[in-house]
Design a protein around this ligand. Structure first.
Ligand SMILES: Nc1nc2c(ncn2[C@@H]2O[C@H](COP(=O)(O)OP(=O)(O)OP(=O)(O)O)[C@@H](O)[C@H]2O)c(=O)[nH]1
Ligand SMILES: [Mg+2]
Length: 458
């Protein structure tokens, strides 16, 4: 009885409306824009279509409808839902354009509560859902907060192996031209920073996702600002930073980056999130090769640090974290036949589990699933001789209609032999044509919604 009274009080004090902030992240091209566009599109159609059977409130017909509302945070750009929908409904259909910054959109969901406490108060309730899109690369910067400039520099030089050391050549040549103890030369620092940024972009283009500082490749509104103009240097252990020197300036900018960029993101954005979905494109690194694959695993491990709030954690000292549920979703599941979906989940679990099991994720629930936000293929079977095999049908980005078996997804992290013997070649498809008054086709987007929102719609 006491608990019920408390719940009723909470509910009254909040008014009939409640609020949840769901953050959507993932490394670039993971499928964030497609996910948010589809999520909004699905919820806007829920009143008229049975498009979300795995979302309990929708299945039980308690979800009355959804509408767009002006977003709460006025300092953040609006998520470009209409632009994305125009692209998907274009002839031929196109994917939404890449995004580079944080953005936000709000939906109000009207539902019939089934919790006794809420039912006592009103037949209907409203849940305001803020959906925030931000680049996963920004989470790669968290470890920077625990390092000084010299330590960070060292980590960057230690990472210069394999493909990275080749890609870094032009930057290293520029770096050789800098006298760290000479009087500060802003022009020179700008040039070397640009060479370093180009190197980070080249890493991304080769499928290597672990890049630091993350803002260098996705600067958002900070593009061109001096706070993004520094680079790692090889420093001697016994050194003194000369006042007014190039090194002094690099150290100062690194410090500013820690305080005004990284900390500010955690304090002003991350601290406000209630739920987090991390989208992972597991197929892209399978296409790109083993270095890209293990690199993505390392990037995911880094991303997971942001959800580790042990008692003494850095984040807990900075603010009180609120995220209580994190969902890892393998996106673009429609690139493989449905029989491969369990393998996709298992691969994703293997990529995130080691970090998950060893870390102290106090009071945080985590789960993995596979989804396709905007289904671009249909699945079926083809007969070859006396064998029937699963197949996909779709239209390639170039406009060719094809039926194919795209290959098997490894269930476990592939070993060296595997990379030698099996090549992956997942084709990119264009979105299917759809009617503007119909919800888009998806795979398990409703399951993701149930995980992220289900309890809030009770
Ligand atoms: N087949 C299929 N392809 C998808 C799906 N979602 C995304 N894609 C593909 O992945 C690409 C990237 O998707 P976006 O949603 O733009 O990814 P993003 O994470 O927002 O990318 P950035 O904004 O560049 O960081 C799209 O252009 C599509 O080619 C999906 O559900 N199915
Ligand atoms: Mg995007």
């Amino acid at each position: 009885m006491k608990r019920i009274t408390q719940e009723v009080n909470d509910f009254i004090s909040r008014g009939m409306d409640s609020n949840v902030r769901i953050a959507v992240t993932g490394l670039s091209r993971a499928g964030k824009t497609a996910f948010i566009t589809s999520l909004v599109n699905q919820l806007l159609h829920t009143a008229t279509h049975d498009n979300l059977p795995l979302l309990t409130a929708a299945r039980d017909k308690r979800l009355i409808g959804a509408k767009r509302e002006p977003q709460a945070n006025m300092m953040v750009p609006r998520f470009a839902y209409d632009d994305a929908m125009n692209q998907i409904h274009a002839t031929p259909p196109q994917w939404p354009v890449p995004t580079r910054d944080v953005s936000e959109i709000r939906l109000a969901l009207k539902y019939k509560p089934n919790k006794t406490t809420k039912k006592l108060l009103s037949k209907t309730a409203v849940l305001n859902v803020d959906i925030i899109d931000y680049p996963g690369e920004w989470l790669l910067d968290l470890p920077l907060l625990d390092m000084d400039f010299a330590t960070w520099s060292q980590t960057q030089f230690e990472a210069l192996k394999g493909q990275r050391s080749e890609l870094a050549q032009a930057w290293l040549e520029e770096l050789d031209q800098v006298d760290l103890n000479a009087d500060v030369n802003e022009k020179k620092l700008e040039r070397v920073s640009q060479a370093y940024t180009d190197y980070l972009h080249a890493c991304k283009a080769s499928g290597l996702h672990w890049v630091q500082p993350g803002r260098f490749v996705l600067p958002g509104e900070l593009a061109g600002a001096p706070v993004l103009q520094f680079f790692p240097c090889q420093l001697e252990a016994e050194r003194k930073t000369v006042k007014g020197s190039n090194l002094a300036m690099l150290e100062a900018r690194f410090h500013e980056y820690q305080q005004k960029v990284v900390k500010a993101f955690y304090k002003h954005h991350f601290a406000t999130f209630d739920r987090q979905i991390v989208l992972v494109d597991c197929l892209q690194p399978l296409n790109a090769g083993d270095e890209a694959f293990y690199d993505m695993r390392q990037a995911l491990e880094q991303i997971m640090h942001s959800f580790r709030y042990g008692r003494s954690s850095f984040l807990r000292r900075l603010f009180s974290p609120k995220i209580d549920k994190v969902l890892f979703a393998a996106t673009k599941a429609d690139h493989v036949t449905p029989d491969q979906h369990p393998q996709l989940v298992s691969l994703l679990q293997q990529m995130v589990h080691p970090a998950w099991q060893t870390a102290s994720y106090e009071n945080i629930e985590m789960s993995c699933m596979s989804i396709a936000s905007i289904q671009a293929t249909t699945s079926g079977f083809i007969t070859s001789g006396d064998k029937t095999v699963p197949a996909l049908q779709g239209t390639t980005i170039e406009g060719e209609a094809i039926t194919m078996f795209p290959g098997e997804v490894p269930k476990k992290l592939p070993n060296a032999v595997y990379w030698q013997n099996s090549g992956f070649d997942f084709t990119s498809f264009r979105p299917m044509s759809s009617e503007s008054d119909e919800p888009m086709k998806h795979i398990r987007l409703d399951k993701a919604l149930e995980y992220l929102l289900g309890d809030k719609l009770k």
